[in-house]
Design a protein around this ligand. Structure first.
Ligand code: HEM
Length: 962
């Protein structure tokens, strides 16, 4: 009997024994398992749920009763009544107590049923997100109408993604004819991001339009351009209403037990202290990491500048009796806001009315009513380090002694181990520079410079140089060896180690650094941001595939994905099945191997010989899938990255010689812009690493914004106050860029919505729990700011969701004419910060997470250098090895079994060990570089704030609360 047959028989016996035990009146545990297995049987008989045909039939992350009972304890029934996704209540998806002590039946055990069920739910969400949430401002009519008998969702090339005639590379890519990037344009990542997709040269390049994830009709709700929007919001919302600074002060301000010691985050007193709500399982490096990432992915500003016209930032009105009325002096003073704050308006690309087109008798907008440009490259190409435009590239300094390297300078007095790797030089006269950046380190993306950005830029500049060093070391040892690199113009010619030019080596190092950053983000940062088993497995599957090792099954899945589904013109193949199969094989490296077709697509009988060929455009580009819509980030993605509460007001500075002691409190404001650079030089990379590594970041919740950001000096703004409330600006910018308000935002993403502010309260908490009482206070504050109105049940407010079998109305399920909360008006940032019902270990809310499911996957799916062009021909042999093994020394395993897994030492930890070697002792006890370094990780996904052995004297563990 084969192994699998044996297993099936054993399982069968197990089930029979359980059922018999249940019938014979065994323990309640056994009886409940019998009931649960019966539910599983019903689930198995009912088969897979269909992917929705219409948005109103979407999955919503809510399952049938029998599915819930198969995957979770009966207590899930209460949770199923809430708007929040069901999987967070499945067995095994939270901490140790979510693991049932009933651990029989192997793959069919409760634990596995819970986790596999959650992964399946997430895959359904991703499929429907790919199907319903792509709205590209350049190409939408083709997406709806298709072209030349090819359905829109199967299109792979778009006229709008051609280089225009005035582009310097126009002739090189084919001019007026069919455009195809070749030769030098495809060998590495280009400065402005052109030619990543070799058939769509413009895609993802700097200054293309941000996309949308929501229907164009639902963007810019304050313009009230259609009936649904008018029904939804009445005349209650506008660019400045509800008032952004009132929202900031009432809902975002961090509460202080001793305000004088915090001094609005500005520091001053010797015993300075600012309270903030801390996330126990995520450190301050993680906060700055995500700022570092956003500077790679997107920006709305041009060289640190918005549009010329200025606008107020609020502190003018409040809502009372259904109306906006001016604030009194007393109210202004009680709130602490500033009517004199001004900010420059957002830059718009298109603001004239959007053209329309007709399809199947319906009129559609061909783009959003207003559009904006992403002035950065949308690719995950480390452009914050290497540049995305001519001026930004001029700021990046090469080593005069070796132009393959980045210039790093020695600092007098910094002689610690690792300091010989140097620090970034400063911006010099003649460098393109906004005056606000003067005195900072010279980097491509210098805006809103901070100590954390200084840290990460220095670390990855060092990493770049270490890659160059290692290549040179190997080249010196064997200069005739094949580097792996090829020139697509003469693919047959072997490029030996000694033939590789400094420029080529620089570009190799850039490719490697970018891929390393993507890997760190996917399998290390995100698995700590979403700290549970489901997301550990899900994120690792995104990168490596479900089978991790390169084996025949994963190769067969890759082959089906690329050869069959990727080329199919059936819409379901291109979206549904492509996404499912890619989870099996992993997205990273998809299409980077090709095999002779032996006719045995599903028989795993491929010859094993890889025939991938750099001169074949279908091989170079064949691993990408844009799902019918060219890749760029949507505005909705920017919104969910407005993560300012992550930043504390004060940093607890430490010295690597004495890691358990906090030396002093350093206000973040004194490490901002040009002040970051001397702070870095005085403190040194190792001490700052320890400082940021040990401290917890701020939790993403209401009333937890840094006070210094509400009072940020902005000398560049010629306003009365010269100061800005950045938290208020977060609200205002979203409105300027037309992000729908929270409830419709969730509907558009296929999530259930709220019918009152009370839905924000986590029903799982006991009534007298202090956290629940805090949430109740938030609800009261929201009601005060956003108000209530008498509802009209005849007004339909959305086209994409039903409630009680009819499209949702103004009454949100409450009786006609009753007073309802203005829950439809909540700004998205307020909404996701108020979400307290989250899956275990989620530092972000489920709404933000849903936006990531779609866009984080697409960021990999669309990038040739992460899929079919992850090849030695571009990366070199060393480069491929470095990315796969997290460095040059081969695979290194982590000790122990963190959370029950055999684990490779994670890539950020390896980067830190190389670039800041003084940290070796400290990092020995660290598994994930983004988990507070002195925390005991305990058993299965513990969130406890407890010192690990050796860190007991660290004062951070003394004040447990805030
Ligand atoms: C020292 C810390 C930080 C400071 C001083 C700071 C400051 C600012 C300011 C002034 C803006 C407004 C730009 C404008 O629209 O005119 C902004 C935007 C933004 N910040 Fe921060 N920030 C900090 C940290 C972070 C962190 C940790 C994140 C996490 C992701 C973040 C994410 C964003 C995003 C997404 C925007 C919008 C960017 C855009 O519109 O393209 N910031 N920040």
């Amino acid at each position: 009997m084969t192994q699998s047959k044996k297993r099936t028989v054993l399982l069968g016996i197990g089930v029979v024994v359980l059922v018999a035990a249940g019938l014979l009146g065994a323990s309640p545990n056994v009886r409940s398992e019998v009931a649960s297995l019966r539910a599983c049987f019903t689930l198995a008989r009912s088969g897979f749920r269909n992917v929705a045909e219409e948005p109103k039939d979407r999955f919503h992350g809510k399952v049938q009763e029998f599915t819930a009972r198969c995957r979770a304890a009966p207590e899930i029934d209460a949770h199923r009544q809430t708007p929040w996704v069901d999987w967070s209540s499945y067995w095994g998806t939270a901490g140790d107590d979510s693991r049932s002590n009933f651990r029989f039946l192997g793959r069919l055990s409760r634990q596995q049923r819970g986790i596999d069920g959650a992964l399946l739910d997430l895959e359904y969400q991703r499929i429907e997100l790919l199907k319903f949430n792509l709205f590209d401002n350049h190409t939408f009519p083709e997406y709806v109408q298709g072209r030349d008998a090819v359905p829109g969702r199967s299109l792979k090339v778009w006229p709008a993604m051609r280089l225009p005639a005035e582009h310097p590379a126009f002739a090189d890519v084919g001019g007026d004819g069919a455009q195809l990037c070749t030769g030098e344009l495809i060998r590495a990542r280009t400065l402005t991001g052109i030619c990543n997709d070799i058939r769509n040269p413009l895609m993802g390049s700097a200054n293309t339009l941000f996309a949308r994830n929501v229907a164009f009709d639902e963007t810019f709700p304050h313009l009230s351009e259609n009936e649904l929007v008018r029904n939804r919001h009445g005349d209650r919302i506008g660019l400045h209403s509800p008032d952004p600074q009132v929202i900031s002060r009432a809902l975002f301000t961090r509460q202080q037990s001793d305000p004088s010691r915090c001094n609005e985050g500005q520091g001053g007193p010797a015993d300075a202290s600012c309270d903030y709500v801390k996330a126990p399982f995520f450190n301050v490096i993680a906060a700055y990491w995500i700022q570092f990432m956003t500077h790679d992915w997107f920006s709305h500003m041009e060289e640190g500048q918005n549009a010329q016209e200025m606008m107020p930032v609020g502190c003018a009105t409040r809502r009372e009796g259904g109306m906006q009325r001016p604030l009194t002096e007393a109210e202004i003073s009680a709130l602490g806001c500033r009517p004199g704050d001004r900010i420059d308006q957002a830059i718009l690309a298109d603001s004239e009315p959007a053209p329309t087109f007709r399809q199947n008798g319906e009129t559609h907008l061909s783009r959003a009513p207003r559009t904006t440009r992403n002035t950065n490259t949308a690719w995950w190409d480390a452009s914050q380090l290497y540049g995305y435009s001519e001026p930004s590239a001029r700021r990046v300094k090469r080593d005069p002694a070796d132009p393959a390297k980045l210039h790093m300078v020695q600092l007098p007095g910094r002689t610690g181990e690792g300091d010989s790797q140097g620090y970034l030089p400063l911006l010099a006269d003649g460098d393109p520079m906004h005056p606000a950046w003067s005195g900072q380190e010279a980097v491509a993306f210098p805006d809103n410079w901070s100590i954390g950005l200084s840290f990460l830029h220095n670390v990855f500049a060092r990493e770049h140089n270490l890659i160059v060093d290692e290549f040179r070391r190997r080249a010196a040892a064997d200069s005739d060896a094949d580097s792996g690199l090829r020139d697509p113009a003469s693919p047959e010619a072997v490029i030996r180690n000694r033939d590789v030019t400094p420029e080529q080596l620089y570009q190799i190092a850039r490719l490697v650094v970018a891929a390393e950053i993507a890997k760190i983000h996917t399998i290390e940062w995100t698995t700590q941001l979403l700290y549970d088993e489901v997301l550990y497995l899900g994120m690792n599957a995104n990168w490596f595939g479900l089978f991790r090792e390169d084996n025949r099954v994963s190769r067969a899945l890759e082959r089906v994905t690329i050869d069959r589904l990727g080329r199919s013109f059936r819409e379901a193949d291109q979206t549904l099945w492509y996404s499912v199969f890619a989870s099996g094989s992993g997205i990273f490296g998809l299409g980077s191997r090709r095999y002779q077709d032996d006719g045995g697509l599903l028989t795993f009988r491929n010859s094993g010989e890889d025939i991938w060929d750099v001169s074949n455009p279908d091989h170079v580009n064949g691993g990408v899938n844009h799902f019918g819509s060219p890749f760029n980030f949507p505005e909705e993605f920017v919104t969910v990255y407005r993560l300012h509460p992550l930043v504390p007001d004060l940093l607890e500075f430490r010295d690597a010689a004495e890691p358990n002691a906090v030396q002093r409190a350093v206000p973040v404001i004194s490490t901002f812009r040009a002040r970051a650079t001397p702070a870095m030089h005085e403190g040194g990379l190792a001490n700052w690493a320890l400082t940021l590594g040990r401290q917890r970041l701020g939790a993403l919740t209401l009333q937890n914004h840094p006070l210094f950001l509400q009072n940020l000096p902005m000398p560049r703004l010629a306003s009365e106050t010269g100061t800005l409330d950045v938290a208020a600006l977060d609200i205002l910018r979203d409105r300027e860029r037309g992000v729908p308000r929270f409830n419709e935002f969730r509907r558009q993403y296929g999530l259930r919505t709220l019918t009152s502010f009370d839905d924000f309260i986590d029903q799982r908490l006991p009534e007298d729990d202090p956290e629940r009482i805090r949430q109740q206070e938030f609800v009261t504050a929201m009601r005060e700011v956003y108000g209530q109105h008498t509802c009209d049940d005849s007004k339909t407010i959305t086209a994409v969701q039903e409630l009680n079998d009819k499209l949702v109305t103004d009454c949100l399920g409450h009786p006609d004419g009753t007073m309802v909360d203005n829950v439809e008006d909540i700004d998205v940032v307020v909404g996701w910060l108020a979400e307290s019902t989250r899956p275990h270990g989620f530092a972000i809310s489920e709404t933000q997470f849903t936006v990531f499911i779609l866009n984080a996957s697409r960021r990999l799916f669309s990038d040739r250098f992460f899929t079919s062009s992850f090849r030695p021909e571009f990366y070199s042999h060393l480069g491929v090895e470095w990315v796969n093994n997290n460095g040059p020394e081969g695979r290194v395993m982590e000790s122990g079994r963190p959370n029950g897994h055999e684990e490779e030492m994670l890539p950020m930890k390896r980067v830190l060990l190389r670039t800041v070697p003084q940290l070796a002792d400290e990092l020995a006890g660290v598994v994930n570089a983004f988990d507070p370094w002195a925390r005991d990780r305990g058993e299965y996904y513990s969130l406890q704030w407890k010192p690990r052995p050796g860190a007991e004297s660290d004062p951070a563990f003394r004040n447990e609360g805030r």
